[in-house]
Design a protein around this ligand. Structure first.
Ligand code: 13P
Length: 252
């Protein structure tokens, strides 16, 4: 009932030519693909060229971040209009690397989320706990705080368009995936938060992805969980074949 969404976050990888090559490779495999939304999120410099490549295919373009102002003196930032102009339909907000390395707050995430929605893009809102938070039993409390602050003043009709990505920080780039049970527990909690904040319809509609060391070998088990609707893939999305395997195994 919920359409799976598999997104590749290329992070700070690939030149323009490397991005084009990867896009061509993926387009060959997924020119038409009905079973899931496939999204690739290249670095800003590659967006427009990748868009040219995938335009007429089933693959969609996403950005890795945005700023909440429309334009102005904000050196180094990128606006929602610029992303749309480059062909983006999705945009990642609040990735843990943005939060931890660049100091983004839940308030910033909330502003980014709202501006993305206002411009008709689908925000992929990332949340997740650190290892020490999990070890001290604070996971759900952390998720609740990130959700409550990140979704502040977002109406239900907009909230149901958001994709939430549960990315436990200890699983990102470490090879240590959350077990399907750990991921399912967090996803269920997130879905129930959405029900408490909105209603049962929002509970059923909202799509929740898992992210953190997703690979062709573990995606099927994750997707078999009731509340896991897709994946946000980092390292394994950089290689066309491994990302293609993930997409295929996700919808088996
Ligand atoms: P890895 O798949 O490399 O663990 O990265 C996950 C991630 O951060 C995706 O946004």
């Amino acid at each position: 009932m919920r359409r799976p969404v598999i997104a590749g976050n290329w992070k700070m990888h690939k030149t323009v030519q490397e991005s084009i090559n990867a896009a061509i490779g993926l387009k060959r495999k997924f020119y038409t693909f009905a079973e899931a939304d496939i999204v690739i999120c290249p670095p800003f410099t590659s967006l427009s060229k990748v868009s040219d490549q995938i335009m007429d295919s089933s693959i969609m373009l996403g950005a890795q971040d945005l700023y909440w102002e429309e334009e102005g003196a904000f050196t180094g930032e990128i606006s929602p209009n610029m992303l749309k102009d480059a062909g983006c339909r999705y945009v990642i907000v609040g990735h843990s690397e943005r939060r931890n390395i660049f100091g983004e707050t839940d308030d910033d995430v909330n502003k980014k989320l709202k501006v993305a929605l206002r411009h008709g893009m689908v925000p992929i809102m990332c949340i997740g706990e650190r290892l020490e938070e999990r070890d001290s039993g604070m996971t759900l409390e952390i998720l609740e705080k990130q959700l409550a602050r990140g979704l502040r003043d977002v109406a239900k009709d907009e909230a149901v368009r958001i994709v939430i990505a549960y990315e436990p920080i200890w699983a990102i780039g470490t090879g240590r995936t959350a077990t399907p049970q750990q991921a399912q527990e967090a996803h269920r909690f997130i879905r129930e938060f959405i029900e408490r904040s909105y209603d049962r319809e929002a509970f059923s509609k909202i799509r929740i992805q898992y992210g953190g060391s997703v690979k062709p070998e573990n995606i099927a088990q994750l997707m078999a969980q009731e509340d896991i609707d897709g994946a946000l893939v980092g390292g394994a999305s950089l290689d066309v074949n491994s990302f293609a395997e993930i997409v295929k195994n996700a919808v088996l």
